[in-house]
Design a protein around this ligand. Structure first.
Ligand code: 13P
Length: 337
């Protein structure tokens, strides 16, 4: 009798659970109309045809990834979310990739997951294994990110990555010329038109080549001191000679007018990292300063203090979302998803 009751309970419980699973599957199907991850080639080609650019935003942690997806949803914008290999010094990229895959399942806009500045074949393969749909092989510099590679070395490593990525349908971005960082005085070289044309031909593997090219046109990674000189004339020459989507790196601090001119001239992907981190930082600094006052008052009154770090991180995430949404409107990708 007892055993019968027990199995009846299990049966009712299982039936109930199966129904719950069915309901949740239906809910996911109906409400999450995810288009899942796409190769970035599709997004930049649409941008080229439509005369706008897709923003590529760097995610360094869960909050940044959430902000990037939230902005894309809010603006109904196609999105490239990217992770740079230096993230390895902060977190295992597999952990971050798992967060991004989960967010991608729930989004309604087309999203590409891109490796930013992959510097070696071995590392690029690690990101391909994580389900990235797009990779950049930056063959302009050695693995240390400082020492220049020769033209021949750049061609060899780029070609190897194209060979591996092709079979998986993964898009490839390469770089010719050298952008450099703010604060670095050496190693900067504007992209030469003839060299770029030769590079795009030389890296072809079995007839197929890169899907987009990062070009050095006066931008640098990081915060500019003073007004940068952005060579949209060079973008136009490159775009006419190559007829391929071009990428503006170092989008932080580039005046809106120069961004617009660059897009008109042929930029189809704009990378932004520092500027959204600044938005995050400024917001959490303000909250921390307020909290300091609150905690001092609590100390004086002998009251308990709550160190709820979510209350610090959430305003940072919100400020980052706003900063990204603003860029999507500037790039013209808002409303294109
Ligand atoms: P910024 O940090 O200057 O925005 O550059 C981002 C970038 O180009 C990443 O590849």
């Amino acid at each position: 009798m007892r055993a019968g009751l027990c199995s009846l309970t299990i049966f009712v419980f299982m039936g109930y659970n199966l129904r719950a699973i069915e309901i949740s599957k239906t809910y996911r199907r109906d409400s999450m109309k995810s288009k899942m991850l796409v190769p970035s080639k599709e997004l930049v080609q649409d941008a080229k045809a439509g005369g706008y650019a897709v923003g590529a935003f760097n995610a360094v942690n869960m909050e940044a990834a959430q902000a990037i997806f939230a902005a894309a949803e809010r603006e109904k914008s196609p999105l490239i979310i990217q992770v740079t290999q230096t993230t390895i010094s902060y977190t295992e990229p597999e952990e971050l990739a798992a967060v991004i895959h989960t967010l991608a399942e729930r989004t309604t806009v087309p999203v590409a997951l891109h490796l930013d500045h992959g510097r070696s074949f071995r590392l690029t393969m690690r990101f391909l294994k994580m389900g990235f749909t797009s990779v950049m092989i930056d063959g302009s510099l050695q693995e240390d990110g400082k020492t220049p590679r020769s033209y021949e070395e750049n061609v060899a490593v780029t070609k190897k990555v194209i060979e591996a990525a092709r079979s998986l349908g993964v898009s490839v971005e390469a770089e010719i010329g050298r952008l450099g960082q703010i604060g670095e005085d050496s190693g900067i070289a504007l992209t030469d038109v003839d060299e770029a044309v030769k590079f795009v031909e030389d890296v072809k593997f079995d007839g197929t080549g890169i899907d987009m090219l990062a070009v050095a046109i006066g931008t640098r990674h990081g915060l500019f001191k003073g007004k940068p000189v952005i060579r949209s004339d060079r973008v136009k020459e490159l775009s006419e000679a190559l007829d391929m989507p071009l990428v503006m790196h170092g989008g932080t601090g580039v005046p809106d007018e120069d961004v617009r001119k660059g897009i008109e001239a042929g930029i189809c992907k704009v990378n932004i990292d520092t500027q959204i981190r600044v938005a995050f930082y400024d917001a959490i600094r303000d909250v921390v300063m307020e909290k300091e006052k609150e905690y001092a008052a609590a100390d004086a009154a002998g009251d308990p203090k709550k160190y709820d770090i979510r209350k610090i991180l959430a305003p940072g995430r919100d400020a980052m979302t706003d900063a990204i949404a603003e860029k999507m409107r500037l790039f013209g990708s808002a409303g294109k998803a």
